[in-house]
Write a protein that binds this ligand. Structure first.
Ligand code: TYM
Length: 339
């Protein structure tokens, strides 16, 4: 079992990152250790330069993201925790895979279409080839399980297509180089929506702070954001089918079930027939209690940049070692002479 996933160190991590991905980094890290496998979690800092960014902020966010991941339970003793920029094999393998990826495949990526909008000509080349780097990230370590939210599913499918084409084009049939990675997407909370708009994803780039719960929000802020979260005026239904077409209610109940482990039926059994005035404070409390230990640990870690850098340096050394054989094999398969 090889677990591999990445998170961009841009902006403050939020509840969508936590429930969609980070919770599963921790779960799969423990499963990998128990199964004698390995877990690699990295900060996708190379991906972060695909859009306009402030260099000083990227450096600060990188350290803060390490502190956040450790505060959430990613354990550097169990997981190889590092940043891409310290492992040149990611960028090298991306270049090798650029020879295999097709323009048409990248043109179909919904994230590219959403981020570029009508101004494709004005985007960086990195934003367009971003999914090839993401494929390199997971193929380098022969990932089997890739914990991600729903929005990354298409990128993972592309990684499989690239792996398959490379294996077909350059490897003997009985000796494929790359393992085809499987996305590991949570059954609930795969797509946490904005608190202001039930049809938009909760996102670091939403200009409204009120649209998301940041993992560093204090209890008053959490309670305020939940109190002000957009809802419809109807009371909660007693049965699941009564949620049809009620995106905001589905989102809030989804967050509650993901945090408590209760089923939707149980939650509706408790709150059905009551207004959001009763449900929202309960949801706020659960969130505050989830974030309390994360915040406490984050505060302890965040200013010790030496310790945070040491975690990244150690992880990067391990990652360089682990990815070396696959990178060498990829160069060889392509007939490139390097000695
Ligand atoms: P990023 O940094 O946008 O998000 C990190 C993880 O959080 C998940 N996520 C969500 N899950 C549920 N609801 C949401 N509203 C929500 N918002 C974000 C994402 O699905 C992701 O799992 N391209 C990736 C980073 C990356 C990567 C990789 C991931 C680079 N290389 C290789 C996996 C494997 C990204 O930008 O994630």
């Amino acid at each position: 079992m090889r677990v591999v996933s990445g998170i961009q160190p841009t902006g403050k991590p939020h509840l969508g990152n936590y429930l969609g991905a980070i919770v599963n980094y921790v779960k799969l890290q423990d499963e990998a250790v128990a199964a004698g496998g390995e877990c690699f979690i990295f900060l996708a800092d190379l991906h972060a330069i695909s859009q306009p960014h402030d260099p000083a902020e990227l450096t600060r966010n990188t350290r803060e993201m390490v502190a956040t991941l450790v505060a959430c339970g990613v354990d550097p003793a169990k997981t190889v925790l590092f940043n891409q920029a310290q492992v040149p094999a990611h960028a090298e393998l991306q270049w090798l895979l650029n020879g295999t990826a097709r323009m048409g495949w990248l043109n179909r990526m919904t994230q590219w279409k959403d981020k570029a909008g009508k101004n494709r000509e004005g985007q960086s080349v990195a934003l367009f080839t971003y999914p090839v780097l993401q494929a390199a990230d997971v193929l380098l370590y022969q990932a089997t399980h890739v914990p991600v939210g729903e929005d990354q599913k298409q990128h993972l499918e592309l990684a499989r297509d690239i792996a398959q084409k490379f294996n077909n084009d350059f490897c003997a049939e009985d000796a494929p180089l790359f393992t085809l990675p499987e996305p590991y997407i949570p059954p609930t909370a795969a797509r946490i929506m904005s608190l202001r708009d039930g049809s938009a994803k909760m996102s670091k780039s939403d200009p409204s702070e009120m649209s998301r719960i940041s993992l560093s929000d204090d209890p008053d802020t959490v309670m305020k954001k939940i109190r002000k979260a957009r809802t419809d005026p109807e009371p909660l239904p007693s049965e699941e089918k009564g949620l049809n077409g009620r995106a905001e209610a589905i989102n809030l109940i989804g967050i509650y079930t993901a945090l408590t482990g209760k089923s939707t039926a149980e939650v509706l059994g408790e709150y059905g027939g009551q207004g959001f005035g009763a449900f929202k404070p309960a949801l706020g409390e659960v969130l505050v209690e989830t974030l309390r230990p994360i915040n406490a640990r984050f505060t302890e870690l965040k200013d010790d940049s030496e310790a945070l850098d040491a975690i990244l340096a150690r992880g990067a050394a391990q990652a360089r070692e682990s990815g070396g054989a696959t990178l060498d094999a990829a160069y060889r398969a392509l007939g490139l002479v390097r000695h």
